[in-house]
Design a protein around this ligand. Structure first.
Ligand code: AMP
Ligand code: ZN
Length: 432
């Protein structure tokens, strides 16, 4: 097995030794920001008092609200002249937070990103089209730097203008792409509409990430484009992409533990969950200089795989993200995540690429309306076939989420799409 970075070959012991040493350095560095200086003093945490990784739990959690309160430069630990780049989270929920980087931070991030792409089987012989927003969104510049560092011919095609994206894919013999999963399916549809067979394009790999998606969506993307698709996880607060990535075994994402410490906590008790159980991710940066962050409450929900990966990397693997704890909605007392609905929908071959969940109030009751695109063949079937499908789908969903949704079939390419992160849930309920 060929590795890009020496840290990929580290044993658990080597990883943990590096984490401890780097945690001490990070705590020392954090004390240069007034915010952390005060927090750490209150908690009586000094670099010397960190004797083992277990001492991590003595450090207070950092929340998104803390980052908003410190917006924009409250957590910076270097002189302003050393800062060279600012990114901001896409703000899928609430107002943005700013993250600033030194040149060293950007170099380290590009290294992590190159390692990630390499781990998913991308090579310097690939022509790499980065179909992601170049701007404050980290999926543009972040992935771009990694692809260049790896040595790919990198095409910063950005988002939108689907016809031009398709032309580039053909003209430049693109073999690897980075794309948001919902846009990948839209793009495949547009390739078909242009009279081309998406399976015959030279693309062999797609890096998909930035938004929650089910295994069924991955399989759909792989089938329509005849490629391998790899899950890529990251968030602006931890740089952006390059935090956790699937290797070619496709059995969870390796989280780069030489650069981050991951904890999975029970969202209610804030105690660590048992190995393998689902909880909220909490992450600490270990190599960041400009704006290190300690124990950040990410709110994404996942679990850690406990079995070793056949690829040989000892870095922990996380399961695909089930959603954010703040994406959850409650209907009739049941806690529901959009991914539960997506998994059921996408298990039906009749279902096309897009869906939308709308929460409404009808006769003082909450109603879940699920609009889903289905293929053209179904629309030429008689009404009975459609009604049966609707009923079985609603029943299967009720088994999963304990509430029976109202399912509406619509024709393909009729629901709203976005070339950024997809909006899957619209809450139109009357607020009391
Ligand atoms: P941002 O920092 O604005 O790019 O948003 C980061 C958030 O996007 C994460 O906290 C996750 O909620 C979501 N996200 C990123 N990558 C993935 C992925 N591979 N699977 C599921 N959710 C993801
Ligand atoms: Zn692996």
């Amino acid at each position: 097995m060929e590795f890009f970075d020496i840290a990929e070959t580290w044993s658990r012991k080597e990883i943990e030794e590096a984490q401890l040493a780097r945690l001490r350095i990070t705590v020392e560095r954090c004390m240069r920001s007034p915010f952390y200086a005060e927090r750490l003093a209150k908690a009586k945490v000094t670099p010397d008092s960190i004797k083992s990784l277990d001492d991590l739990k003595r450090i207070p959690l950092t929340t998104k609200q803390d980052l908003r309160d410190q917006y924009p430069f409250g957590l910076v630990t270097v002189p302003p002249k050393d800062l060279v780049r600012l990114h901001a989270s896409s703000g899928t929920t609430g107002s943005p937070v700013a993250v600033v980087h030194t040149q060293n931070d950007l170099n380290a991030w590009a290294d992590l990103m190159a390692r990630s792409l390499h781990c998913a089987g991308v090579r310097n012989t690939d022509v790499f089209q980065n179909i992601a927003g170049y701007g404050l969104f980290t999926g543009g510049l972040g992935i771009h730097a990694g692809a260049e560092r790896l040595g790919c011919l990198t095409i910063p095609s950005g988002t939108g203008n689907t016809a031009r994206q398709i032309k580039f894919l053909q003209d430049f013999n693109v073999t690897a792409i980075h794309i948001i999963p919902s846009y990948a399916l839209y793009l495949a549809g547009k390739i078909e509409e242009a009279g081309l067979d998406p399976r015959r394009l030279p693309i062999r790999k797609a890096i998909i990430g930035a938004e929650p998606h089910s295994e069924e969506i991955r399989k759909k993307i792989e089938a329509v484009l005849d490629i391998d698709a790899y899950n890529s996880y990251g968030l602006s607060e931890m740089n952006g992409p390059g935090v956790a990535f699937e290797c070619t075994c496709k059995n969870g994402m390796h989280l780069w533990e030489d650069a981050y410490i991951l904890e999975i906590l029970n969202p209610d008790t804030l105690e660590p969950v048992k190995e393998g159980e689902v909880g909220e991710m909490v992450m600490t940066t270990l190599t960041r200089v400009g704006m290190p962050i300690l124990r950040y409450r990410v709110r994404d929900l996942t679990s850690v795989f406990t079995d070793p990966c056949p690829c040989g990397r000892a870095h922990k693997r996380i399961d695909r993200i089930q959603g954010r704890s703040d994406d959850m909605f409650i209907v009739k007392g049941c806690n529901i995540y959009p991914m539960q609905i997506e998994s059921v929908l996408m298990s039906y071959p009749e279902v096309e690429k897009n869906y939308l969940i709308t929460l409404e109030t009808a006769a003082d009751n909450d109603v879940i309306r699920v609009q889903v695109e289905i293929n053209d063949q179904m629309f030429v079937e008689d009404m009975r076939a459609l009604t049966t499908l609707q009923k079985t789908m609603a029943r299967k969903m009720a088994d999963e989420i304990l509430v029976t949704p109202k399912i509406e079939f619509v024709q393909r390419n009729t629901l709203p799409t976005s070339d950024g992160k997809a909006v899957r849930v619209v809450d139109k309920r009357n607020k009391v």
